[in-house]
Design a protein around this ligand. Structure first.
Ligand code: HEC
Length: 165
């Protein structure tokens, strides 16, 4: 074994100590404040909701469908759902049972998100893809079907990963 290799573990330990320090203080090592990230993802979800509402209003029995506009909304939803799961840094896992919550600024994301992140991520990607397919289809019946599946994907994810109080 060369002397260079023998020195490595000590160097690694020193670096580990530097990186561990911020955690010891209960902070994220870097990145924006958790409350800003939580606010941003809530606003993003709110915007997804407005776009979805616009589509569903157009598809309702008395709705007036503008296909180009509906598909633009679907495209926007697709992009936003792709971005959404990237806003779940560990420090933003802040929901606590029985806590006093401000619905405008506090998170309703369940700790289950972090316990099953791969599933959460897959659901976001699947929903994003459904919205993308809806934005591209040339057929109205297909558009309706995909929007229905997208709505089911919203509800399925909320059931598992969003707290209601
Ligand atoms: C991959 C999971 C997932 C999918 C898919 C998803 N959501 Fe959400 N949604 C969440 C989570 C988690 C929250 C809670 C975020 C928080 O409070 O930090 C949320 C919050 C919301 C909120 C409340 C926003 C606020 O102001 O606090 C609305 C409204 C909403 N979602 C609508 C939708 C709609 C409509 C769709 C489908 C087009 C959708 N969501 C798809 C996980 C998802």
């Amino acid at each position: 074994m060369s002397r260079g290799l023998r020195l490595r573990p000590a160097a690694a330990l020193a670096i580990g100590g530097l990186i561990a320090a911020p955690f010891a203080l209960g902070q994220e090592p870097s990145g924006p404040p958790a409350k800003d990230t939580i606010f941003a993802r809530k606003i993003l979800m709110g915007a997804i909701d407005m776009n979805m509402d616009a589509i569903e209003t157009m598809l309702a029995p008395n709705g007036k469908l503008d296909a180009a506009e509906a598909q633009e909304h679907a495209d926007t939803i697709s992009i936003m759902l792709m971005s959404f799961p990237h806003m779940f840094a560990v420090g933003t896992n802040q929901w606590q049972p029985g806590a006093d919550r401000d619905p405008a600024t506090d998170t309703y994301a369940s700790p289950e998100v972090w316990a099953n992140f791969a599933d959460f991520y897959r659901r976001a990607s699947t929903a994003s893809k459904l919205a993308q397919d809806a934005s591209n289809t040339k057929r109205l019946d297909e558009f309706r079907r995909l929007v229905g599946q997208l709505r089911a994907a919203c509800n399925g994810c909320h059931e598992k990963y969003m707290k209601t109080n």
